[in-house]
Write a protein that binds this ligand. Structure first.
Ligand SMILES: Nc1nc2c(ncn2[C@@H]2O[C@H](COP(=O)(O)OP(=O)(O)OP(=O)(O)O)[C@@H](O)[C@H]2O)c(=O)[nH]1
Ligand SMILES: [Mg+2]
Length: 199
């Protein structure tokens, strides 16, 4: 189980929808490749409009099991709406990986993220978590360059303050940028190469 949180409008719902659609497309093509009959690849376009999540959204990602005699592998992601940030901590228990999604084009959201991350990182139930800070909306013109974004977030202070290692991903749920690397991390696969964000 993966937990996906972050302030309102950061793009969690769209990001998970896009990941799900990409997984569906690659599962379909993997299945077609193993069948002799050919049929159309049915990767469907993702609708970009969303409504704010008022409670909990569950998204399931599926991929082909390398052992063909076994069922598909399944990854369950629980998204908590940004409007329920006061309740996030009641969902930390038992979570191994956490996606924290940030609207990188929104400076005030970026600055207030530090205040949301501090109690999260200090919480007893997050100490063993692997945490990904996901800078989303990288398709939009950014008001600052990425090293300045990290300064606004006070990334160095956060990293010193916490025991967990914070991984950084730059993505766009709209263009698809960075989603493959993020998906690999979510499945627990090794990262192919460092992303551009200072690591
Ligand atoms: N340009 C751009 N817009 C995005 C991107 N990701 C999400 N959006 C838009 O941002 C808005 C909010 O996206 P959501 O996915 O609903 O945000 P959320 O984090 O789930 O918000 P809550 O559920 O309220 O916490 C929507 O209009 C999306 O279409 C992105 O990568 N690029
Ligand atoms: Mg949402």
């Amino acid at each position: 189980m993966i937990l996906c949180i972050g302030a309102e409008g950061g793009g969690k719902t769209l990001l998970l929808r896009k990941l799900q659609s990409d997984h569906k497309a690659s599962l379909n093509s993997a299945v077609q490749a193993t069948n002799t009959s050919s049929s159309n690849n049915s990767s469907s376009a993702v609708v970009n409009s969303t409504v704010p999540t008022t409670g909990v959204n569950i998204t399931t990602l599926l991929k082909l099991n390398p052992d063909k005699n076994k069922p598909n592998l399944e990854l369950i992601i629980r998204e908590l709406g940004g409007s329920m940030s006061e309740l996030w901590s009641s969902y930390y228990k038992g979570v191994r990986r956490l996606l924290y999604v940030i609207d990188a084009a929104n400076m005030s959201q970026l600055a207030s993220t530090t205040l949301l991350l501090m109690p999260l990182l200090a919480h007893p139930n997050t100490q063993k978590m692997q945490i990904a800070l996901v800078f989303n909306k990288m398709d939009r013109p950014l008001p600052r360059d990425t090293s300045e974004l990290l300064a606004v977030l006070r990334y160095d202070d956060l990293q010193q303050y916490c025991r967990q290692k914070l991984l950084l991903f730059e993505v766009s749920a709209v263009s698809g940028k960075g989603l493959k690397a993020l998906a690999r991390w979510m499945w627990g696969e090794p990262r192919p190469k460092p992303e551009s964000l200072l690591q």
